[in-house]
Design a protein around this ligand. Structure first.
Ligand SMILES: O=C(O)CCC(=O)Nc1ccc(C(=O)O)c(C(=O)O)c1
Length: 456
């Protein structure tokens, strides 16, 4: 049925992926009743009796955020993890001043131009802990009429005293989600997050079936090189990804709301480095000589001017789609990979996309070998860039996302069915946020969104 009375039923229906989109004001109810969530649903009392929470994000409107918690939870301890400094930090402290339960943690940004882009909620209840990884800023307009992605973890039960181990990580899942989340939090080197690390350690994460894909600012070498950014994706896909033979002519899909400077020549970063990671697979993977990567191997989804102009928000949606003309002029090749934003299956063709999602799609657009939702845009800052003869991975920003692989949900399953027509029984059906097959841009470059003045 498409009608659910409580969010608990909506959450049950979202099993086993628990990948949902935010509710959108102004679209037919049926697209908001299933696989859709708003921030008040996530923070509702029905999700658990909250003890304390942490909100990692780029933008926090603290008075608005406090209103999203139910009254019973508004005085519970809340840690805001941000990347502001100077005036931004002062404004945040002033806004927090009126809420004695709110404390702030400033993530260190040692790399120039880096941002604290990660969007995650850690929620401790009296009966367990939940992780929510998503793509929306904690400001009203990000939860109103945009397409945003949300992964809601299962409830992770608290471990009994005896089950605790003092050194290693106990009660982790086969995807090592707990180990990776603990390591991510450790990299902040923050006292307030040491407490949250302990909370994570005290809970049973065995039911986590996604991989954590995160980015930490810095120059990562040796083993650390594959712990973050696109090199983490490369490591997981080469060990647990699809068989090379199966995905030989499948296409990597990138969908994002912002684009960085990717270099003047596609064979260097976009197709030479980043795409190699996204096309990684198990077994003898034909190393794509980056020159013969054609537009069929890589398809990018980015809103056109028309998408923005006709969106529910109108032109102001462009404020969240910063793509400056200098970058665009320097990378004309980028536009040859672009496809329009269309999401009619989810009723969101006019809900401007702010989520970031990546996938590997079969030539007939009916199957996917994996799917990822993350805060990471199409930029070197987010995914990292190999330096010094690929001996180190340089990342500027904090990012966080989750990767879904079919066999983690059904060991006999090597592919997700993604076609809305053929919901075959033999495959797991994964609910994509955008329509397939994808629709390429028309020839004119002018369809690329240039929102000069609206830089974030
Ligand atoms: O950095 C670049 O390459 C270009 C500038 C840029 O992209 N900035 C930015 C900042 C915050 C957010 C956010 O909403 O958290 C987003 C987003 O997610 O679109 C993008």
């Amino acid at each position: 049925s498409d009608r659910y009375d409580t969010f608990q039923e909506v959450l049950q229906d979202a099993d086993p992926f628990n990948f949902m989109l935010t509710k959108v004001r102004g679209i037919p109810d049926k697209f908001n009743n299933k696989l859709a969530v708003n921030i008040k649903d996530i923070l509702a009392v029905s999700m658990g009796n909250l003890v304390e929470s942490a909100q990692f994000n780029y933008m926090h409107d603290i008075p608005w955020l406090m209103q999203q918690y139910p009254p019973e939870h508004r005085s519970k301890p809340l840690l805001i993890v941000h990347g502001e400094d100077r005036q931004g930090k002062i404004s945040l402290h002033e806004a927090a001043h009126n809420f004695p339960n709110v404390t702030l943690c400033q993530a260190k940004l040692d790399m120039l131009y880096g941002t604290h882009h990660s969007k995650m909620m850690l929620l401790i209840y009296t009966n367990g802990l939940r992780v929510v990884i998503h793509t929306a800023n904690l400001v009203e307009q990000d939860w109103d009429q945009k397409t945003q992605g949300v992964w809601i973890s299962p409830l992770f039960p608290k471990l009994e005293e005896g089950e605790l181990s003092l050194d290693g990580i106990t009660a982790d899942s086969v995807t090592h989600f707990k180990r990776d989340l603990v390591e991510y939090l450790s990299m902040y080197k923050s006292i307030s997050l040491m407490r949250w690390k302990k909370h994570i350690l005290q809970h049973d994460f065995t039911s986590a079936r996604v991989f954590l894909i995160a980015s930490i600012p810095g120059r990562h070498t040796n083993d650390a090189k594959s712990k973050w950014g696109h090199m983490k994706v490369r490591k997981i896909l080469s060990k647990q990804g699809p068989d090379s033979a199966m995905v030989r002519n499948w296409s990597a899909i990138g969908q994002f709301s912002s684009v960085g400077s990717l270099g003047a020549d596609q064979t260097k970063y976009l197709c030479g480095e980043w795409l190699q990671s996204m096309l990684s697979s198990r077994g003898v993977s034909t190393q794509y000589a980056s020159r013969d990567v054609s537009t069929k191997t890589l398809k990018l989804i980015f809103p056109t001017i028309d998408n923005v102009r006709t969106s529910l928000e109108g032109y102001k949606a462009g404020a969240s789609i910063p793509y400056n003309i200098q970058n665009a002029r320097r990378q004309e090749y980028f536009h040859t990979f672009l496809h329009k934003w269309k999401a009619s299956n989810r009723g969101r063709s006019r809900a401007s996309p702010h989520l970031k999602s990546y996938s590997l799609l079969s030539p007939d657009s009916k199957k996917a070998a994996w799917f990822m939702v993350t805060s990471a845009n199409m930029s070197k800052a987010a995914w990292g860039m190999l330096e010094k003869n690929s001996s180190q991975l340089m990342i500027r920003s904090y990012e966080i996302g989750v990767l879904f692989l079919p066999h983690l949900f059904d060991e006999n399953c090597k592919q997700f069915s993604v076609s809305e027509e053929e919901k075959s029984e033999s495959y797991l059906h994964f609910p994509l946020p955008w329509d397939v097959p994808l629709e390429p841009y028309t020839k004119t470059v002018s369809s690329v969104v240039f929102s000069l003045k609206n830089k974030i």
